[in-house]
Design a protein around this ligand. Structure first.
Ligand code: ASP
Ligand code: MG
Length: 420
């Protein structure tokens, strides 16, 4: 007998037919003698719909010009968390209709306590004194993902995609043997199969690789859930919920690198179209200039990702190029314009039509020639690289968005990812 946390994403609970199917998958684990806690997302599209309702009403102008205050953010969290309340209840009923003992648990009922950060709260503690004995009593616990309760007793949410983090945190708190994340794809792929036909499912991927892949644009797992699993050495299995009970479903195991075994240098190619590039022209080449730019961005709440500086020695001026999220471009440009005199630069150029393409692999630590292979493959296709960023296990390049598919395909084949 094992204790298992099963998590089902939005497409897996998209309608009653899918919820009935999820109930069959849960029944299969429970009748095998396991203690089962299930974490569910809202039906797909539901959270977006709820966010849209809040945004629409918030656009109305208050008599005193009130903008988003913490009172409104409390309501935001309470509204957008409601999608998971619905699916947890529905799945509990579907399980009872199959003859299982089941009940739903909302964040505050567990309780799953969080800090006060609005719409992206962090989990502080998960109480297991009520849910633990319930599992031991043979009940399936159906937990509403994405939500918790904050220090003031208000409903909080864990950021978009947060049900993954709910599931991993619950598995850690309940000392579960396994955390299975069911989704609409059958595992983690070497790259996006919509772009590369012969992209391959990986049997195993290391936590560090998954962390990079998740933050570089592979949307299967919320980055925070991978961090949490890595810190607690809890393996996660990613698998599809679209298969019938009893059909083999190996998925991808996300685990410690010692257990990944597969000998390869590069594990995957990720891409993100979510980028925008900003270049400050003729910045004075003096200590503290980049700090000033970064401060202006931080004050505007804009995250800066890749940075490169090109200096012309002859006249001690530099061009500074950096990237921000595409959604933040307007905000970033406005902040730079406001700080132009303070920072001291002559002009700004920006481009929202760029893509970040990355290769990721723990094997890069011990192999040479990876960068060479990457840049030769891009050069062969005549793709110009705008900005480069590296870490121990990844190399990212910023390119013209038009060449996204071409670059991903070229890199996938240059590293032999279809076959290794
Ligand atoms: N329903 C939430 C969202 O769409 C949380 C999740 O699905 O993980 O972001
Ligand atoms: Mg998700």
């Amino acid at each position: 007998m094992a204790r298992i946390v099963m998590k089902f994403g939005g497409t897996s609970v998209a309608d009653l037919e899918r919820i009935r199917h999820v109930a069959a998958l849960v029944e299969d684990e429970a009748t095998a003698g396991n203690e089962v806690a299930v974490v569910v997302s809202a039906m797909s599209g539901e959270t977006n719909r709820l966010v849209g309702l809040v945004d629409a009403l918030e656009a109305d102008i208050a008599p005193d010009g009130e903008k988003r205050t913490s009172a409104i953010e409390d309501e935001y969290d309470s509204i957008v968390a409601s999608g998971e309340q619905v699916t947890s209840g529905l799945l509990a009923i579907a399980l009872r209709r199959r003859g299982l003992k089941a009940r739903s648990w909302l964040g505050w009922q567990i309780p799953l306590r969080t800090d006060m950060a609005h719409s992206k709260a962090r989990i502080a503690e998960i109480e297991s004194s009520a849910i633990g004995p319930s599992l031991e009593g043979g009940n399936v616990a159906v937990v509403a993902g994405f939500q918790g309760v904050n220090e003031r007793g208000r409903i909080s949410t864990l950021g978009r995609g947060g049900s993954d983090t709910s599931a991993v945190a619950l598995a850690v708190a309940l000392k579960a043997d396994r955390c299975d994340i069911y989704t609409d794809v059958d595992g983690i792929y070497t790259t996006d199969p919509r772009i590369v036909k012969d992209a391959r499912r990986l049997n195993r991927v290391a936590f560090e690789e998954m962390l990079e892949l998740a933050s570089l644009g592979a949307k299967v797992l919320q980055t925070r859930s991978v961090e949490l699993a890595m810190n607690n050495n809890l393996p996660i299995r990613v698998l599809t919920s679209m298969r019938d009970v009893g059909v083999p479903n190996p998925g991808t195991l996300v685990c410690h690198e010692d257990e990944t075994m597969e000998e390869r240098v590069v594990s995957g190619v990720a891409y993100s179209r979510d980028e925008a590039q900003i270049t400050l022209l003729r910045l004075k080449d003096r200590p503290g200039m980049v700090a000033k730019v970064c401060r202006a961005m931080a004050e505007a709440n804009v995250i800066v990702d890749m940075i490169v500086q090109g200096i012309s020695k002859s006249d001690s001026a530099a061009n500074l190029t950096f990237t921000v999220g595409k959604r933040d471009l307007e905000k970033a440009l406005a902040a730079l314009e406001a700080a132009q005199d303070e920072i001291g630069f002559e002009g700004v150029k920006s481009d929202g039509e760029v893509t970040k393409v990355s290769i990721v692999g723990i094997g890069m630590r011990s192999h040479t020639g990876v960068a060479q292979t990457m840049f030769e493959a891009l050069a062969e296709k005549n793709i110009n690289v705008e900005v480069i960023a590296t870490s121990e296990i990844k190399i990212s390049v910023l390119i013209d968005a038009e060449y996204t598919e071409l670059a991903v395909r070229a890199l996938h084949s240059a590293f032999g990812l279809a076959t290794t």
